[in-house]
Design a protein around this ligand. Structure first.
Ligand code: GLY
Ligand code: MN
Length: 370
């Protein structure tokens, strides 16, 4: 059996699991419109497509640009490909019209379909289709990674850790944030990534206090904090890692902040486990920063699920009661942000197992003074 067939068989199991969920939701079919969900279920990586999963067949609707690619990628998954000649929505709707049975309940994700698209689908499918909201059915399947996915994510995390290690040799006064970001993305690709998993963040000096800063032409100065938040996509799977370094010898106060964030990050990792409420992990980080008098400087949530997308469920946010499960891969990324001075964030990717956790990102968390 070829590698592709093995891959296809593994993916085929995903559609079967989805069908069982659909039955549990008393649906007759599901229309999958979010591209990462489609990639997960049938391997298709194009930029336009809809996957209709019915009890006895699954059909990928896409356009003429993917005439060769779509059947190749979906080979072995049991999904048939239909190249739509006149627009996907019309063809999906018409396909659902067929047959002489009674009403059909078709699940769809309202948050991933525009009002205009929903109207077109309803018009094309006619009155026998009852469109019913689905929230996160495919995302819930995706949140639990299998062994093959974990292997890829381990590699993606190792790749970004190596990129960071290389960058530490380049960070010095006079180099710009943009130059460091460009070096990071160049090195990701050289190591086999298809690209960054989000816009790389390189933020120096007071700009490091902006949690989602965009790199600029600003030169890194002496005695400045630099936040590097980088991720790479490897064979479809994302990594996401943050490290904070200091250019020069850090003052005692900045060292204190760094060690407070590291304490909080380790406390959150220690709180992780199958069956633990996501909000309890967030609380562990927040409690630690409160002890250091820095609770107010932590202005975002502790982490998020990671996989085919850089942000997926579960969310590790304040008060979230969702229970973590073995197979989840999450980031743990507390930070403190002091306006006018700078910010510090430390982020790892962590896989949750039945018995303990595995930290996938490898770069050192010692406070580097470069
Ligand atoms: N590393 C970017 C983010 O998590 O939003
Ligand atoms: Mn992140």
């Amino acid at each position: 059996m070829t590698e592709r067939n093995l891959e296809g068989n593994r993916i085929r199991g995903r559609i079967e699991r989805l069908r069982i969920r659909i039955l549990g939701l008393r649906g007759d079919a599901i229309l999958v419109t979010h591209l990462p969900n489609i990639a997960y279920l049938c391997g298709f990586t194009g930029s336009n497509g809809m996957l209709l999963v019915e009890p006895h067949r699954a059909t990928l609707f896409t356009d003429g640009r993917y005439t060769i690619q779509a059947p190749e990628e979906a080979a072995g998954t049991g999904v048939r490909v239909r190249i739509a000649k006149k627009g996907l929505l019309g063809e999906v709707g018409t396909a659902l019209r067929g047959g002489d049975r009674g009403k059909r309940r078709v699940l769809f994700p309202p948050s991933k379909v525009s009002v205009g698209q929903a109207q077109q689908l309803r018009a094309a499918s006619g009155p026998r289709v009852l469109w019913s909201s689905d929230k996160n059915t495919v995302e819930e399947l995706r949140a639990v990674k299998d062994a093959g996915e974990l292997d890829t994510m381990r590699e993606a995390a190792r790749l970004i850790s190596e990129v960071f290690d290389e960058l530490t040799g380049l960070i010095q006064p006079g180099i710009t944030e943009n130059e460091i970001a460009a070096e990071a993305e160049y090195r990701m690709r050289r190591k086999g990534a298809s690209g960054p998993s989000f816009e790389s963040i390189v933020a120096a000096g007071p700009r490091s206090a902006l949690p989602h800063a965009r790199p600029t032409q600003r030169q890194i100065g002496k005695n400045e904090l630099v936040v590097l938040d980088l991720g790479a996509i490897l064979r479809g799977y994302c990594s996401d890692m943050t490290r904070t370094v200091f250019v020069g010898k850090a003052p005692r106060k900045v060292r204190g902040w760094y060690h407070a964030v590291l304490d909080a990050q380790l406390a959150a990792i220690a709180a992780l486990g199958a069956g633990v409420a996501a909000g309890d992990v967030d609380a562990a980080a927040r409690r630690t920063l409160r002890r250091h008098g820095l609770a107010k400087a932590f202005t975002h949530s502790t982490g998020h699920g990671l996989g085919l997308e850089v942000h997926e469920i579960p969310r590790l946010a304040r008060g979230d009661t969702a229970k973590l499960a073995a197979g989840n891969v999450v980031t743990i990324e507390p930070g403190v942000y002091i306006e006018g001075s700078g910010g510090i964030r430390i982020e790892d990717d962590v896989a949750i197992g039945e018995r303990g956790v595995e930290i996938l990102t490898r770069a050192t968390k010692e406070f580097l003074e470069l």
